[in-house]
Design a binder for this molecule. Structure first.
Ligand code: UDP
Length: 315
């Protein structure tokens, strides 16, 4: 019998890739999304697959499902700063009530659950690179706090359910991941810069562009998530590519891949924008034998091709 996996946030960037991955590995997939920031375009192919069931539902409300469920992946949440600053209350509710509802479902179904956390829980880190033992430096009352604290709560309640109810749970801390199915207008650095380069618009650099991020191609992120789901480790695990780039370096690479007349303009740095971010992945390497394989340049090439095809070479 095929195992069944339930994916919340199935129409989002990572959720839709998870649906593709599990369907192509012969799982039955139940996808849940309320289309707050996700788009059904991302699951067009899945909808034609008889092993896929889509339920339009907001995880903040409890849900009853008849089917047996073996695995749950909880990925519902706005994730781009533009989105979570637009939906601050909802972001907090999804991380809190939403996560609690999905943990209760895991108990009812005796399912293994993996919840999506983020490098954002490290905030503007005072330790560099960040390993799982670092508690972070988050401003709870800043504009980014709604996402950071929602995800910190998600981790806390997941561990509480694990300790109290023996839920078989896993927590993945995802570092800036990118690739196809990210909305071109979602406001994040990579889609913004690709769109700007193709349209010969100026690159909008926030602050001086010396802040760093470590970008992971989606296929690497998905393989890390799958390995973690199949492990028996319940603490948080960083999944990210340790290659660290400044925002100006990122633009340099994109310029090398897209011929463009775009120039750089500097804009105000958003409040609490982390200055550095780089995962220590020793734990993922030793526990899961996982390490990212795709270099930024190669991942960007695939991403650019995806956007060009999707938008018929016009963005
Ligand atoms: N950024 C930028 N210009 C943009 C979009 C983002 O300079 O048009 C910067 C942003 O300030 C941050 C970095 O790029 O320092 C990564 O931003 P993103 O929104 O992709 O992710 P996050 O801040 O959540 O890591």
């Amino acid at each position: 019998m095929n195992k069944t996996v339930l994916i919340t946030g199935c129409c989002g960037f990572i959720g839709s890739h998870l649906c593709d991955f599990f369907l192509s590995n012969n799982f039955k997939v139940i996808g849940i999304d309320n289309l707050l920031t996700g788009v059904t375009q991302n699951i067009e192919k899945c909808l034609k697959n008889p092993n896929f069931l889509f339920i339009n539902h907001d995880v903040c409300y409890s849900i009853k499902i008849k089917n047996d469920i073996d695995f749950i992946l909880h990925f519902a949440s706005p994730a781009s700063p533009t989105d979570y600053i637009k939906y601050p209350i909802k972001t907090l509710q999804i991380g809190s009530r939403g996560t609690e509802n999905i943990l209760n479902l895991a108990i009812n179904k005796k399912a293994t659950i993996l919840v999506a956390s983020t490098s954002e829980i490290y905030g503007d880190p005072l330790e560099h690179p960040q390993n799982e033992k670092y508690y972070g430096n988050v401003n709870p009352v800043g504009p980014r706090g709604v996402y950071d604290e929602a995800k910190r709560y998600l981790e806390a309640i997941t561990m509480a359910y694990h300790r109290k109810f023996k839920v078989d749970s896993k927590i993945v801390r995802i570092f800036n991941t990118y690739g196809s199915n990210m909305r071109i207008n979602d406001g994040r650095a990579i889609p913004n810069f690709i769109k700007q380069a193709i349209n010969n618009e100026n690159f909008t650099v926030y602050g001086d562009g010396k802040q760093t991020r470590s970008f992971t191609y989606i296929d690497d992120t998905i393989s890390g998530i799958y390995k973690l789901l199949m492990s028996n480790y319940s603490g948080p695990v960083n999944i990210g590519n340790p290659s660290e780039y400044s925002i100006l370096e990122l633009i340099g690479i994109i310029r090398g891949l897209i011929p463009t007349n775009s120039k750089i303009i500097f804009k105000e740095l958003p409040e609490n924008d982390p200055k550095v971010r780089q995962p220590n992945i020793t734990l993922a390497q030793s526990l899961l034998n996982w390490r990212p394989k795709i270099e930024l340049r190669d991942g960007l090439k695939k991403t650019i091709l995806h956007y060009r095809k999707l938008h018929k070479f016009k963005l």
